[in-house]
Design a protein around this ligand. Structure first.
Ligand SMILES: [Ca+2]
Length: 625
């Protein structure tokens, strides 16, 4: 028993260590847990893109069915269904409705498809927003049915519910079996001005009654409904075309109301997404809720991303909270969710800015509140905002919530500037950004100061940028413990007054290095493997020494790729020429070591039979500070 408990303890330690290296809380380490990664292109189990936009998830037995639409050139192609048992690995099952399923689907729009199950008829019923192929004038719903969740659905036609306009919509089956339709409708003369709620007939194939209006003249769209306990939550977006905006929700204890007023959730762009459903995952130990959303690219509608985030519904307060996680995990069997244990090192630290409007302090951009913002004193560009951690922190992700004006949306060209001394800054160039509302950058640096340089904003409808530089929130995420806080220098074995330094992004050895910062490096855990180390420049934080394709050693900004990380990782060995010193073996080129040649650092194969000159050239004395 004693031995067994020690083994268990050891294994628990290994799991906890592995989990902490991955940035996840060690609790709920479970083989069935899968990671959900946002902002990437999701592929099915055959390696093809998951073509299922703005749909929903239905569970039948132990299988999850993911439904969604696929459009080609802006017109309807198919509603597709994928199956999974773990909510991550999706296998294409069928195109349940296609443009060939009915004449009126040949040239049409089918948006926001939702499939529900009617237990009294045993039928699966698909509802969707239907339009002709050219404009949004019809404002109808379409209905199709099937006796299986992934069969070829039989088209039942399209109609306006009780003759009301119906554009963005969702359907909801209450716990008593009653079905409802929520639609962006028209009450006072404007398209989508007011949301309408309808009760379905008992077979869910039509509408039996009008329930009521919601958010009069609020121009809400993208409805999604979930029920927890006795409370209903209705999530919506604003109407702003394909641009993201501030999501908001209302609650009620009866579908007929009274509904609360709207409260915001997430950041001012709903993290660059538009909601389409809330999935309820009822597991063996927990019931969890997944915010399912589309990240549309207004510049290229064929470029679409699935955004799934854990949604927190607070029973006692009746509130909903949505936070961004680039990666998180869920166990479909238990229902348990795990989120990264990353720390927002920016929050509450000393913030300054190039200029500040009187009521919009720099500290508003790192107060943890997405609604408050720092604003510059004038519309002059560029501008900057900076935070001082007070000590070096390791940052692996930069999440920025940007200001946008509805109807005149803009994306930002920016630079992330990083410094250890507040004097010398390195640059992570993001002036190529075209993502609206919310940006998330995978980075890796250890430094004390981070400055966001707001270079320009590009407004889709205006060649001149009239925005005033504004940041709602800057989150600088990283592990609680920094990679390293000191630095090292490395002297050549055979030229002891010559030190490894970078010069014009090339690594070499020189005497009397000026500035001396060029010869100072943080020795941090290897980016590609913790069995090795990586060397991060002190005056160019976020830039590491790496081998390039010519086996030269260069200084290059971190890139979140396996190739970069492996090429920037070196295994420390006892020195070839002096075992009290060190040699650096390339992690990606085993058997190759850093050596100087004509004062420039490169990789060469070194073995015990190598010449003494080569061994000397590949040996260095390390000094720690
Ligand atoms: Ca804020």
């Amino acid at each position: 028993m004693e031995v067994r408990s020690r083994v268990v303890l050891l294994w628990a330690t290994v799991v906890a260590l592995a989990a902490s290296l991955l940035g996840y809380l060690p609790e709920r380490a479970n083989a069935a847990s899968v990671s959900i990664t946002n902002g990437t292109d999701w592929l099915d189990t055959a390696g093809n893109p998951i073509l299922a936009n703005s749909g929903n998830i239905l569970k039948v037995g132990s299988t999850y069915y993911l439904y969604g639409e696929h459009a080609v050139g802006g017109t309807f192609d198919s509603v597709n269904v994928y199956t999974s048992t773990d909510l991550k690995n999706w296998t294409f099952s069928n195109a349940i409705l296609t443009k060939s399923s009915a004449t009126e689907l040949n040239s049409s729009k089918i948006e926001r498809p939702k499939v529900i199950y009617n237990s009294s008829t045993g039928q699966y019923v698909l509802w969707a927003h239907y339009e002709n192929g050219t404009d949004y004038s019809l404002a109808r719903v379409a209905v199709a049915t099937s006796s299986t969740p992934n069969g070829n659905f039989t088209y039942q036609g399209s109609f306006r519910p009780l003759d009301y306009e119906s554009r963005d919509m969702t359907v909801f089956v209450d716990s008593d079996g009653d079905g409802y339709l929520f639609s962006a409708s028209k009450k006072n003369g404007g398209a989508n001005d007011t949301m309408a709620v309808f009760k379905m007939n008992s077979s869910y194939t039509g509408i039996s009654s009008f329930v009521g209006w919601l958010f009069e003249n609020g121009y809400r769209e993208a409805p999604a409904v979930v029920k927890k306990g006795s409370r209903y939550y209705l999530f919506t977006s604003q109407a702003s075309g394909w641009y993201p905006n501030q999501g908001a929700y209302a609650t009620a204890t009866s579908i007929s109301g009274t509904w609360s007023s709207l409260s915001p959730f997430g950041n001012p762009s709903a993290f660059g997404s538009q909601i389409h459903d809330i999935a309820t995952i009822a597991g063996s130990s927990a019931t969890s809720y997944i915010y399912m959303a589309d990240r549309w690219n207004p510049l290229d509608l064929s470029d679409h991303k699935h955004i799934w985030l854990p949604l927190t519904l607070n029973d006692s307060a009746g509130t909903a909270t949505l936070e961004w996680y680039s990666d998180w995990s869920i166990d479909a069997a238990s229902g348990a969710i795990a989120t990264p244990s990353l720390v927002n090192h920016a929050e509450g630290k000393t913030a300054t800015a190039g200029s500040t409007a009187s009521t919009s302090a720099a500290s508003n951009a790192n107060d943890g509140n997405y609604q408050t913002s720092w604003t510059a004193s004038s519309a002059a560009w560029p501008s900057w905002w900076q935070v001082d951690f007070g000590a070096p922190k390791t940052i692996t992700e930069v999440d920025i919530s940007w200001f946008m004006y509805k109807g005149s949306e803009g994306y930002y060209k920016y630079k992330i500037e990083v410094s250890n001394d507040g004097v010398n800054y390195s640059t992570i160039d993001r002036t190529t950004n075209t993502t609206y509302g919310f940006t998330t950058d995978k980075v890796h640096f250890t430094a004390r100061y981070v400055r966001i340089n707001l270079v320009n904003a590009v407004l889709w409808n205006n060649p001149s940028n009239w925005y005033t530089p504004t940041l709602h929130e800057v989150k600088l995420l990283g592990p609680s413990t920094a990679d390293a806080t000191g630095y090292s220098q490395f002297a050549s074995h055979n030229y002891p007054t010559y030190y490894i330094r970078h010069y014009n992004y090339v690594a070499r050895i020189d005497p009397s290095v000026s500035p001396v910062l060029d010869s100072e490096f943080r020795v941090v855990p290897g980016l590609g493997s913790s069995s090795g180390v990586s060397l991060e420049s002190i005056n160019f934080p976020g830039y590491f020494l790496r081998r390039n394709s010519s086996n030269k050693i260069v200084l290059e900004v971190y890139s979140d790729t396996t190739a970069y990380k492996n090429d920037a990782t070196f295994l420390l060995a006892s020195g070839w020429a002096d075992s009290s010193k060190i040699s650096f073996q390339s992690y990606s080129q085993p058997g190759y070591y850093i050596r100087h040649y004509n004062y420039v650092l490169q990789l060469d194969s070194v073995t015990s039979s190598s010449s003494s000159t080569l061994k000397s050239d590949a040996t260095f004395q390390r000094y720690n500070y």
